[in-house]
Design a protein. Sequence first.
Length: 946
Amino acid sequence: MADPSHGPASFWTQANALLRKNVIYQRRNMKTNILLIAFPFILCLLLVLLQAFVNSQLDKPSNNCGCACVNKTGNGQCEQVCGLEYSDLDQAGTCSIPNPPEWPPLLQIPAPEYRAVRTDFIPFTDLPNESCRSSGSCPATFLFTGNNQSLGEILAGNMITSSFTLNASDIVDSIATNVSGSASEPETNNFLDPAFVSSEPIYNVQSQCSSNSTFSVSLQQSFIELQEVVSCVQGLHLWRNSSSEINDELYKGYRKGNLERKINEIIAAYDFLNSNGNSFNVNIWYNSTYKDDAGQTSIALVRVPRSVNLASNAYLQFSRGPGTKMIFEFLKEMPKPQTKVRLDLSSLLGTLFFTWVILGLFPVILTSLVYEKQQKLRIMMKMHGLGDGPYWMISYAYFLLLSLIYMLSFVIFGSVIGLKFFTMNDYSLQFVFYFIFINLQISLAFLVAAMFSNIKTASVIGYICVFGTGLLGGFLFQFFIQDTSFPRGWIIVMELYPGFSLYRGLYEFSEASFTGNYLGTHGMRWGDLSNSMNGMKEVLIIMVVEWLVVLLVAYYIDQVVSSGSGKSPLFFLQNFRKKRPSIRRPSLQRQGSKVFVQMDKPDVSQEREKVEQLLLEPNSSHAIIVDNLKKVYPGKDGNPAKFAVRGLSLALPRGECFGMLGPNGAGKTTFISMMIGLTKPTSGTAYVDGLDILTHMEGIYTSMGVCPQHDLLWETLTGREHLLFYGRLKNLKGSALTQAVEESLRSVNLFNGGVADKQAGKYSGGMKRRLSVAISLIGDPKVVYMDEPSTGLDPASRNNLWNVVKRAKQDRAIILTTHSMEEAEVLCDRLGIFVDGSLQCIGNPKELKGRYGGSYVFTMTTSPDHEEDVEKMVRHLSPNANKIYLLSGTQKFELPKHDIRIADVFQAVENAKSKFTVFAWGLADTTLEDVFIKVARGAQAFNVWS
Ligand SMILES: *[C@@H]1O[C@H](CO)[C@@H](O)[C@H](O)[C@H]1NC(C)=O
Ligand SMILES: *[C@@H]1O[C@H](CO)[C@@H](O)[C@H](O)[C@H]1NC(C)=O
Ligand SMILES: *[C@@H]1O[C@H](CO)[C@@H](O)[C@H](O)[C@H]1NC(C)=O
Ligand SMILES: *[C@@H]1O[C@H](CO)[C@@H](O)[C@H](O)[C@H]1NC(C)=O
């Protein structure tokens, strides 16, 4: 074939081979790859479209300050004017307010159903009876205390008027001068106190309510006219002995202060301290926390000033007489310009979307790794000499490149469409962050891939992780970040999960861009990392450390777990162990195998002796030496241990094809798996080309070819590309490579009609089989294992294939398992029949037939009456004849070859024919099949009864 002087392929040659294969493979997968790269584009586009939609909704007139066409000049032309006067209540929020309206100050009055009543958890009996709650007529309570109770009573009495004095020409003033309040919830924007637009009445606190105490007024305020219901509420002022009593009462009355969740609310409470005729000191309790149903807290501070004014006014009246009044006329906010409602979706949804985009690569990498594992392509490549180093390097580099392109297009596209997220933050910082994360992600995929062997499970779990992480990040983790009371230590612990560290990083970017955008400054810069509030630094550190750790662990697990390496979990200590001189321990091993030695057939023990001889005096004429190889599967669930291979010894010279025959489950596959490094032998070993399969599998792979029972091919690569790849792995280069591939294609009949350039996925079963054989033979391997190479082939291709194998066995050893006796006879120089874990016989086909089938099979069919005559005739021919079959007149006898001459048989038959009717007769030489059946049956019987 090719230049036989070539050595094993170097690291870079292997890397090159894998790279070229991957490039072709990815080119075939162009559609998927383009879709993948398009994913971030699509998401960004979606974001932009959503933003446009939201903007268009927000820009609707109903969400913006109302405008109208005002006819100013009188000539039919009008001018567009916007302002509060043209807006309804929904629109008013965005209008410019150059002259804020004035509103009378109000008190926060508890809603009727919450007002303080007598209860069992509060010791005071001066509170009203609970029955008032059902009619909604409970009085609202003030509490007061101080050093001088009589003074306190006077002051508290002054606070509440006895009647409502309405000045119909100035309603606003009337509300301000009387003690008014509302139970409605205040809002942060108080350009319009919600009390005046809510359906709740304006309460007017009086010492006693008369029957006609509820009436309607209309309130005119610059442009709006409001109808208000003014309703009387009785004001109670109750003395308490100390401020701690008040505290206690307020605490228990609070909606959540007592276990029964009973509510007792008051308007306000006053502690007049040491006030007297000359000085006035007061502490005021007020309730500023008002929560609406959505949990949004709004500050009721706007309803506080009036309670202060009440106390001051009461003291003024005490010291200066009832005529004196200090009127708190109105409140108003400061003017404001027109505003626009804006919602930046990319900052709001960005973190979640971008987390998905970036994590989206994870399942892609994972499934691609698991695919090679599931299809056993990784091990196939390994068996043909691809080392772990080049595999890792090229795969890693490939995924890194893919991720880089993906992220690059993502960032570029995001920047082009103007997402602040990308444009505001420092690009070098973004690059470092993304670069570290994609590396971490690839390492993780390698690690996780070790746990999966099924591509479907892997991709489902992968996608669940992606979406789950995004959602958990957005709806849980983010709250923890925002909640400043949440311990930072725990956040760091959560960030150890890579999905959350990604989320955190993106969150920091989006916060930085959002505030930068809002304040008109810049986003995140390198300098910002030193800010203790910025989580980016910790995230970067966590990710770098994790990247390195995960990569190491992934490599370690790959070495230990992945089939084919056969390394022990402590493989890195091997270098120390190797230092000890390696002793071949024939004497030791022999002891263990004595049992088998005794039952060995002569030919098998002869082979064993040959092996021992070869081990003592190594010579290079034998390519394979199997030394007492054993495999025991430990018993499970009470089953006894299974002996798959019981001490096999075998020596194969170069140029020999050894055929392994045996019934299903005899242990042939286990034997081959041990030889190609898929499983470790329990004891014993084998030497391939002088290298021990226990320790030097990697070296053996470079001179080994395997044609597995199931074709391990890439669906999208052509036959030629397969051969080129494996040829390169075997260190074929340049014209030698092309020539070897051409020859190989031609020899397996895949050359004509452009078959070689069709994708392997489109091949028929037979074509795939021939390609597999060609792969196993390319690059001149010293040892080839073929597992049922011709199964499923039509006779023509089978003959073709046999010729290929025959030619190939010139200077290499081939171990071939087969169920076809014909194939074994045609191809193999020696045969071994393998039953129940051990060789039953070994020898070349002729020998075996001679030894086990040293007889002819004589068959004769007569009518049942003449059976005895036939038997008599046969006994006469050979006294040692052995009847092996009898059924209604048809009898079969084994006639030892050395007893008879064929001519005698013919003679006897002619005689018999003259005496009785012979329906049919025949004389046959034994076939290999007979031998096989006999040996297998004998061995099994022996094993059952022994
Ligand atoms: C308490 O206040 C009243 C009214 O001002 C005053 O007459 C009385 O002397 C004060 N009592 C004390 C102990 O200061
Ligand atoms: C009622 O209000 C008007 C306008 O502020 C004022 O002129 C008038 O004196 C007020 N009447 C009373 C009785 O206070
Ligand atoms: C408050 O003090 C007065 C006088 O010292 C006493 O009679 C009353 O029982 C006290 N009230 C409470 C609730 O302790
Ligand atoms: C203060 O307001 C909050 C929110 O409305 C309410 O839950 C709480 O009961 C009030 N506390 C008192 C003492 O009135």
